[in-house]
Design a protein around this ligand. Sequence first.
Ligand SMILES: C[S@@+](CC[C@H](N)C(=O)[O-])C[C@H]1O[C@@H](n2cnc3c(N)ncnc32)[C@H](O)[C@@H]1O
Ligand SMILES: [Zn+2]
Length: 197
Amino acid sequence: MPELICPICKNPLNLKEKSYLCPKGHCFDIAKSGYVNLLPPSPGGKRHGDDKLMVKARSRFLDKGFYDPLSQEISQIINELVPDDAHIVDAGCGEGKYTADVLNFLESKGKTAHILGIDISKEALICAAKRSRRLSLCTASTAHMPIDDESVHLVLNIFSPFMPEEFHRVLKPGGKLVRIVPLEVHLWQLKELIYGS
Ligand SMILES: C[S@@+](CC[C@H](N)C(=O)[O-])C[C@H]1O[C@@H](n2cnc3c(N)ncnc32)[C@H](O)[C@@H]1O
Ligand SMILES: [Zn+2]
């Protein structure tokens, strides 16, 4: 996976059994549910990002297949952009549908890929881990990713906050950004049903 750095001291993190350790002794355990929390502690243990219900609703919707054509298109584009053994970050990966689809697609094309999904919501990552145990997942803000400079071949950013300077920092020279943004009519029929026309 892309080279992780300690969110506290910025030194490299090394995986030892089920924990990531930095040379200064900061330690981050991989939760049983399959993600590592690399968010700096927040005052009062504040909840971050989408909650369980929001994540479940998104998964239920995506599992109906409406966005499968988009996911296939994204996977094909990424396959053309990355080398074998590519390091990819899905910045704001949510519940991991696209993250897992891309990994499965690249592998179906005979490529090895190391994909790290980052999201500020731990509930989203618990769900992403269920989609594929072969994804690496960490809670962090994409405004300050716990990733070394110039260590990533491609950043994927789908319907999630855009952090151009941070994406540029982690991309290798010549690295690629694939960004999906909603336009005015995104989910229009659904909005009409909910809000009226
Ligand atoms: C609209 S969802 C899109 C999720 C996924 N990419 C998809 O298309 O299904 C936006 C995601 O961005 C996450 N998010 C919002 N602000 C973030 C931040 N600063 N850092 C990381 N993730 C963030 C939310 O938790 C949520 O999962
Ligand atoms: Zn450290």
